[in-house]
Design a protein around this ligand. Structure first.
Ligand code: UDP
Length: 327
C-alpha cells in the first residue's frame, strides 16, 4: 500500500523494539523520537529521526512536542517490561505503564491527534488455557506487567468511545534478534532476556547460564516461548500503521510466529550457531512465568497482510553478530 509521508511520534524510540521500528519508519516518514533514556540509548536512534529527551510523566514537555509538530500518528513503546521486577515493584509498573500512558492520551486528545499504535504483550493472557493463543482468549494476567498492558488496552478502548482515538495494540510474544546490518540490537544495562543471557555465557561473560525451572509440565520441563525477529516486529508496526490510517478502527493483534521453542532447545541452537560451549545451571522457577506462550497470529496475517519472515536460527545468528560486536 502506498502511504503519504506522515509525521510519526515514537515514544520510547531509543529502546530495543522502538529503535528497530524507527530504523524502518524513517525510510518512509518523518519521525520524532521522545525517550527519557532511562533504559534506551540515544546512539540506537536513526540519525534521520529527530530526538527529544523527555519523560512520559512530563505532560508539559509532551504538550510542547505536540504543539511544535503536526503529529499524524503516535507509536508508544515507553513501557517498563520486566515480569520479575513488576512482581517485586508493582507501583513502578502501574505508575509508568498506566498512569503516565494516560498523560500521553490526554495530550493527544488536547492536540487533536487520534491515532496510536501501542506495544502490548502476550502477558495479557496469563496462563493460557489453549495453545496457540488467539486474541479472543480470556485476558487473565498473572503479574503486574501483564495487568498494566491489559489495563492500558482497555483504557484505549474507552478513549475511542469518549474521544474517537483509534488504536492498534500489538501483543508481542518474545522479541529477539538484531538489525541485519548489525548497527542496532538488544542493549539492556541489566539483561534478563533468554537469548542475550545465553550469548553472554557463550562469550564467557558468565560462567553459567541459569535455566529458570526445569519442572514445568512441558516436553523437556522448561518453558516454551514463541520468538519473533525484531525486524519482523518493526515491519508489523509499519503494516499496522497503514491499516490504522486507512480503516480507523481500534483493534488488538498477536505478533508471533506460531512456533514454540523450549529454553533447552534455544540453548542447543545457540550452541550450534555460536560453536561455543555454554554451561547451564538449573535454578528455581521465576515468579510470574507461564509455562507455554505460543501465538496464533492469523488475525494480523489475514487482516493486515503481515508475515514473520525470519526463523529462529536467523534471530540467534543476528543476535550473535550484534552481541560479539558490542561486548
Ligand atoms: N529464562 C531462563 N534463564 C534466564 C532468563 C530467562 O531460563 O536467565 C527463561 C524464562 O524463565 C522464560 C524464558 O526464558 O521461560 C523467556 O524469558 P525472557 O525473560 O527472555 O522473556 P519473557 O518470556 O519473560 O518475556
Amino acid at each position: 500500500m502506498v502511504l503519504i509521508k506522515m509525521k510519526i511520534l515514537v515514544i520510547g524510540g531509543a529502546g530495543y523494539i522502538g529503535s528497530h521500528t524507527v530504523k524502518e519508519l524513517v525510510k518512509e516518514h518523518n519521525v520524532i523520537v521522545y525517550d527519557n533514556l532511562e533504559t534506551g540509548h540515544e546512539e540506537l536512534v536513526d540519525k534521520k529521526a529527530i530526538f527529544v529527551k523527555g519523560d512520559l510523566a512530563d505532560k508539559d514537555k509532551l504538550n510542547s512536542v505536540f504543539k511544535d509538530n503536526k503529529i499524524d500518528v503516535v507509536m508508544h513503546f515507553a513501557n517498563h517490561a520486566l515480569v520479575a521486577e513488576s512482581v517485586e515493584n508493582p507501583s513502578k509498573y502501574f505508575e509508568n505503564n498506566v498512569f503516565n500512558g494516560i498523560n500521553l492520551l490526554d495530550v493527544m486528545v488536547k492536540s487533536n491527534v487520534n491515532k496510536i499504535i501501542f506495544s502490548s504483550s502476550c502477558a495479557v493472557y496469563g496462563i493460557p488455557k489453549e495453545i496457540p493463543i488467539i486474541e479472543g482468549h480470556t485476558l487473565n494476567p498473572i503479574n503486574p506487567y501483564g495487568e498494566s498492558k491489559m489495563m492500558f488496552e482497555r483504557i484505549l478502548r474507552y478513549y475511542d468511545v469518549a474521544h474517537g482515538i483509534k488504536s492498534i495494540s500489538l501483543r508481542y510474544f518474545n522479541v529477539a534478534g538484531a538489525s541485519l546490518d548489525c548497527t542496532i540490537g538488544e542493549k539492556h544495562d541489566i539483561e534478563t532476556h533468554l537469548i542475550p543471557i545465553i550469548l553472554d555465557a557463550a562469550l564467557g561473560k558468565k560462567e553459567y547460564m541459569e535455566i529458570l525451572g526445569d519442572n514445568y509440565g512441558t516436553y523437556d520441563g522448561t518453558c516454551i516461548r514463541d520468538f519473533v525477529h525484531v525486524v519482523d516486529v518493526a515491519n508489523a508496526h509499519l503494516a499496522a500503521l497503514g491499516y490504522l490510517v486507512k480503516n480507523m478502527q481500534t483493534k488488538s493483534y498477536n505478533i508471533g510466529t506460531g512456533q514454540g521453542y523450549s529454553v533447552k532447545e534455544i540453548i542447543e541452537l545457540c550452541k550450534q550457531i555460536t560453536g561455543r560451549e555454554i554451561k547451564t545451571l538449573i535454578k528455581e522457577k521465576r515468579k510470574g512465568d507461564p509455562p507455554v506462550l505460543v501465538a496464533n497470529s492469523d488475525r494480523f496475517n489475514e487482516e493486515i497482510g503481515w508475515n514473520a519472515k525470519f526463523s529462529i536460527t536467523d534471530m540467534i545468528q543476528h543476535a550473535w553478530n550484534w552481541h560479539q560486536k558490542n561486548n
